[in-house]
Design a protein around this ligand. Structure first.
Ligand SMILES: Nc1ncnc2c1ncn2[C@@H]1O[C@H](COP(=O)(O)OP(=O)(O)O)[C@@H](O)[C@H]1O
Ligand SMILES: [Mg+2]
Length: 656
């Protein structure tokens, strides 16, 4: 007989799932399964029927025991007049015991791997007794304890794998470790280190940013010194993959799948418009805008443009703006200058010679290393003198245009400018208005709903489009056929119309969701469980939290170089239609029936049960990061609060 309590509970006898008529019967089995010794009948009565008097409770226990016997057999239960126990023996397998055996102190790395694989979900996931606060409390405590044990097993497993040099599998387990508690800084640090050791510096830096964001949002504190130092090491390149990295074995099965690199679909017009803008960027530079909702493929579209342009001999400098760094003036501009500086690493790169020494000196105010590029660089002019700001912006423009000069017009890309600080937006505006005579395509992307109609970047784009010097593309959701093509590409040779339709319906045509569903499938899991990488879960969480203005961008003109940015200004024929109508017969079922926020929240719960419960943390006392307990799953809800909630006084609102 097998008793499964991790994840959705079930009891299997001789390969057949036992039917338990009442919740109390399952609760009793779960409780006995975790009790090493026989439990007094009185204690069981208090636990399961707290509101009954003694004789009614004993009667109810007798009846429940007979239900349990009916399901698991007479020999499954050992009952005396005083106590009750499950009949232990080689025929009884309880997944919690199995997990604990494998994860015991001193367990080998392989056993720890087996233990965490055994842990397939929260303790008694989705199960609750409606009328016993005592049982609820017991269940909450067990879930919490087990979650901590899982955290401990994952920590030791990650350490063991790192010691064996198996960084990729370690990374997957470290992600799961962090998922248990997004505030757990050691897990963040491990992920930063592992990303760096696997050669993914960008992911390591992003992990640090995620750590900063999470700690600041949830606790109002900054990372520990140790974490900040690690970031510095990654940033200055002193933490890099060991030489043998290339010979490492591939990730173990069961690890979190890496996102799939799918072929680009449905973006021919947008790509053609951008490529056209690039080709037309000489002798006068041009502006291009990629706007759309999160996950629609703005970055991907740019990457495709960049790939083609680089093949044509263009130099591309690209930076990402992060909204949590909006307090750092010129942050993305400094990154851009750093990208320019990196180009000088190749010996044939002589762009600094094309920049006036004073400009280089002024730009060095933002990135001091630039001053060393020429021996004749003078001291920068004082920053407080007249026109100092313009000089600084001009210096940035001069350095950037020189650094991306090449056979074909250079490309400068600011991704997600809605997250940029004001000073960076000044620099973008300045450059975009001074593209005359610079063979340069300045590309910016923004999330449509984050850039309001009156925003100066939008006005700037509209003005430039009106003047014929800007191209605006607005990628829209994928059609059913396009999603089908991606499913085909991810699973070649298996024409699965059902799967194609399911992915289409589930993803609602949003490329990000399509990519992640397919990645989860390729990883062997179902997306409904732990197949999603932590960063995507973070993304989804942020998505679900973000207040939305109206409907996400719909279909419409995909590319335009006239000022038609707002859908309300689009010509009649190009106006977004209702989403159901837009996709014809294969329209998104249910789209429009439920608000999108709710749909995402519902999907989130499906994807990450832990994530859905994260909101409960809001009610916990805020502690400094260092004082936080090492692992927290769902906090155990206090009895009083639980009663209050039942009485409908105050429902704790998950923030997802
Ligand atoms: N047209 C497309 N065809 C195939 N995959 C796409 C497409 N657009 C985006 N993707 C994939 O979807 C995911 C999200 O895209 P991304 O460019 O990051 O979105 P955004 O920048 O708009 O938030 C990425 O994995 C990307 O490769
Ligand atoms: Mg992007």
């Amino acid at each position: 007989m097998q008793i499964t309590l991790l994840g959705v509970p079930s009891v299997t006898r001789d390969g057949e799932r036992a039917v338990l008529d009442t919740r109390k019967a399952l609760a009793l089995i779960a409780h006995l399964a975790l009790s090493e010794r026989p439990r007094p009948r009185e204690a069981l009565c208090d636990l399961l029927w707290p509101e009954h008097d003694a004789s009614h409770a004993r009667g109810a226990l007798r009846r429940t025991l007979s239900t349990v016997r009916g399901a698991i057999g007479d020999d499954g239960v050992q009952a005396s007049s005083d106590s009750v126990a499950l009949q232990r023996g080689p025929d009884l397998e309880i997944d919690v015991e199995c997990f604990r055996r494998l994860a015991a102190e001193g367990a080998s790395t392989d056993d720890l791997g087996a233990a965490v694989a055994q842990y397939s979900g929260r303790f008694l996931d989705g199960f609750a007794l409606r009328d016993s606060v005592e049982f609820d409390d017991w269940q909450g405590i067990q879930a919490e304890v087990l979650s901590r044990e899982l955290g401990s097993a994952l920590r030791r497993l990650v350490a063991g794998l790192v010691q064996r040099g198996e960084h990729e599998p370690a990374l997957a387990h470290a992600r799961r470790w962090l998922e248990l508690d997004a505030l757990h800084e050691p897990a963040h640090r491990e992920l930063i280190r592992l990303h760096a050791l696997t050669g993914d510096r960008a992911a390591a830096l992003e992990q640090y940013r995620d750590c900063v964001r999470t700690l600041s949002r949830e606790l109002g504190v900054s990372p520990l010194q140790e974490t900040a130092e690690l970031y510095e090491q990654v940033n200055d390149g002193s933490l890099t993959p060991p030489a043998q990295a290339a010979q490492r074995p591939p990730a173990a099965s069961g690890s979190v799948p890496a996102p799939l690199q799918l072929p680009l679909v449905g973006r021919e017009r947008e790509l053609a418009a951008l490529a056209g803008a690039h080709a037309a960027s000489r002798p006068e530079g041009r502006l291009a805008v990629i706007e759309g909702e999160a996950g629609i493929g703005k970055t991907r579209l740019f990457e495709e443009l960049a790939r083609r342009a680089i093949a044509d001999g263009a130099v591309v400098l690209a930076v990402q703006c992060h909204d949590d760094e909006a307090g750092l003036p010129y942050g993305p501009v400094v990154e851009l200058l750093r990208a320019a500086l990196r180009r000088t690493d190749s010996t044939d790169e002589a762009w600094p010679a094309a920049v006036a020494p004073q400009r280089l000196a002024d730009a060095a105010l933002l990135l001091p290393e630039l001053a060393a590029l020429r021996p004749d660089t003078p001291a920068p002019l004082p920053l407080d003198g007249p026109g100092a700001r313009v000089r600084l912006l001009e210096a940035v423009a001069a350095v950037v245009s020189a650094a991306c000069a090449g056979r074909s017009p250079g490309i400068v890309f600011f991704d997600d400018v809605h997250g940029a600080d004001e000073a960076t937006i000044d620099a973008i505006s300045y450059l975009s208005r001074r593209l005359e005579g610079r063979a340069l395509l300045l590309v910016v992307s923004w999330r449509s709903e984050a850039v309001q109609p009156g925003h100066r970047l939008r006005r700037l784009a509209v003005d430039a489009a009106r003047a014929g010097t800007a191209t605006i593309v607005s990628p829209v959701r994928l059609t059913q056929d396009e999603v089908g093509a991606l499913v085909q590409a991810a699973r070649p040779g298996t024409p699965e119309a059902g799967l194609q339709r399911r992915v289409y319906l589930e993803s609602e045509g949003l490329p990000l969701f399509v990519a992640q569903y397919l990645a989860a499938q390729a990883g062997g899991g179902t997306p409904a469980h732990d197949g999603l990488p932590a960063d995507v879960q973070g993304f989804l969480r942020r998505q679900a939290r973000r207040p939305r203005r109206g409907r996400p961008s719909g279909a419409g003109s995909r590319c335009h170089d006239r000022p038609l940015v707002r859908s309300g200004h689009r010509p009649r024929g190009e106006r977004p239609r209702r989403r159901g109508a837009r996709r014809g017969a294969g329209g998104v079922a249910g789209a429009g029936r439920r608000p999108r926020g709710r749909r995402i929240r519902a999907r989130l719960r499906l994807l990450t049960p832990e994530a859905a419960l994260a909101g409960l943390r809001r009610d916990e006392p805020r502690a400094p990061a260092t004082a936080a307990p090492p692992h927290r799953g769902r906090p155990v809800e206090g009895r009083r609060r639980r009663r209050a909630r039942r009485a409908g006084r105050q429902a704790p609102a998950p923030c997802l």
